[in-house]
Design a protein. Structure first.
Length: 471
């Protein structure tokens, strides 16, 4: 799942720290350590020293991950409000993120990595054994700091690797607390959280002691990460965002799917890598789709995440708010119409009105790029072939969805989408057991399920004769 550019964080604070801003107010409310190169080196050294002991005992690892899941659940009343305070999402969503974090730790504790025999007809006994890679660098974004940390940390630890975890400088505090919670049940050095502004992340992914880099963020930064990791030939797993399209078929029941479609686009204020970011509707239904979505956008309660009445929080940081404003303003200047929203809200904090755009030029950046905010363009199409071509016509390929009454027909259309995951009549729903990967510029490698686990391992093959040769 992905948080986006730019790097940075709050202004400097005394004592080698930087400020952390509450997006609901726009004001700093705490600080985090701005760690330096020697501190990063020490963290990697601890990870390397802890690796031999951690990889040696799979049973102990499983027990530790189960204990870690219990510890995260117990810390939920502290983790969730802190996450809301620094990221902005409603408290109920923050609590769900904490629960998902614990569930992922528990899921990966349950894998059997026993050797697998190879049967190929030769008089040789061969088997594949699995070996860990070494210290892993996990660099996580600001949109789902805890959930994406667990998506990287849990399979890496289950595989026998150690981890150096770096959160976004916009959301360091809940991840630091998570690190403390996990470190209370893990051996020393197995997991270390480092915080700081750039170039700390660049130093981490290029560190010669790191053997696997797993990163979620922008395409541009992902390219830089891959280039830095190449210097030491470290493995890379990159999740680089999406511009997911929802294709509505001509038999769709608009009112029946409107709520699901709206929240598939606007959950977490639209700051979800696999959110619906474009809707393609049949021309004869397009005005009804726009009206149904605009009605929901105008009615949803937008406010501070700690206010129980809020369903949508603020945009997570000032830089991202500026990006959302820019993409929306450029679309409106090019002739688009705001059926709802279209502007920043006149209040403290980084709030943007939930926005539904109609009459959007197809080449507008709000269509062709990832806006990553509470803005959704709805575009008409004439033929289904046109809709599929336009859905596939960007550099991204993370997810997509098809909505209609005839499920077989919808499935046939979904099969034509160029993406890693396609949904029918829903969107952006993943189980812990399924792979998550994109194509094109949406990423390299696979997260989730056993695929995510084996991405943190390397095969080691042992051959021995069936019988010893006799003289």
């Amino acid at each position: 799942m992905a948080g986006r550019r730019p790097p940075g964080g709050g202004p400097s604070a005394p004592g080698g720290r930087f400020a952390v801003v509450d997006p609901a107010t726009g004001d700093a409310f705490d600080t985090a350590p701005d760690q330096q190169p020697h501190e990063l080196d020490a963290a990697v050294d601890r990870a390397r020293a802890a690796w031999p002991g951690w990889r040696a005992d799979p049973s102990a690892r499983a027990d530790a991950l189960l204990a870690a899941a219990d510890a995260v659940e117990a810390a939920g009343p502290d983790l969730a409000p802190l996450l809301t305070r620094e990221q902005g999402k409603p408290l109920a969503e923050a609590s769900a993120e904490v629960a998902r974090t614990a569930a992922r730790l528990r899921y990966f504790a349950d894998f059997d990595l026993s050797p697998r025999p190879i049967t190929d007809g030769r008089p040789v006994r061969s088997e594949v054994r699995w070996r860990s890679l070494g210290p892993v660098a996990a660099v996580v974004p600001w949109n789902f700091p805890l959930q994406l940390a667990s998506a990287k940390v849990a399979p890496a630890l289950a595989a026998g690797n150690t981890v150096v975890l770096k959160p976004s400088p916009f959301t360091p505090l809940a991840t630091r607390l998570l690190g403390s919670v996990l470190s209370s049940v893990l051996p020393p050095g197995v997991l270390t959280v480092v915080t700081g502004r750039e170039p700390l992340g660049a130093r981490l992914v290029s560190h010669p002691g790191i053997r696997h880099v797993t990163f979620t963020g922008s395409v541009a930064t992902g390219r830089a990460v891959a280039g830095s990791a190449a210097a030491s030939l470290a493995r890379v797993t990159l999740e680089l965002g999406g511009n997911d399209a929802a294709v509505l078929l001509d038999d769709v029941e608009v009112e029946r799917i409107a709520d699901r479609l709206f929240w598939a686009a606007f959950r977490n204020c639209g700051q979800v890598c696999m959110a619906v970011k474009r809707v393609y509707a049949p021309a004869r239904l397009c005005s009804r789709v726009v009206e149904a979505l605009a009605e929901r956008a105008k009615a949803v309660v937008v406010g501070a995440g700690l206010d129980p009445r809020s369903r949508l929080g603020p945009v997570s940081n000032a830089a991202q708010l500026a990006r959302v404003e820019d993409r929306t303003a450029r679309a409106l200047a090019a002739g688009a119409r705001a059926a709802a929203g279209g502007h920043r809200l006149d209040r403290p904090g980084f709030f943007f009105a939930p926005t539904i755009l109609a009459d959007v030029p197809p080449d507008s950046p709000v269509v062709t790029e990832e806006q990553f905010g509470p803005v959704l363009p709805v575009l008409p199409y004439g033929s289904l072939d046109e809709a599929v071509a336009r859905a596939n016509g960007t550099a991204y390929g993370l997810g997509g969805s098809v909505w209609g009454t005839d499920l077989d027909r919808a499935a046939a259309v979904a099969d034509r989408l160029e993406c890693g995951t396609a949904w029918i009549n829903h969107h952006a729903e993943l189980s812990l057991a399924q792979p998550f990967a994109g194509i094109k510029e949406s990423g390299v490698g696979v997260a989730g399920g056993p695929w995510g686990l084996y991405g943190n391992l390397r095969p080691f093959v042992v051959h021995r004769p069936q019988e010893e040769a006799r003289p």
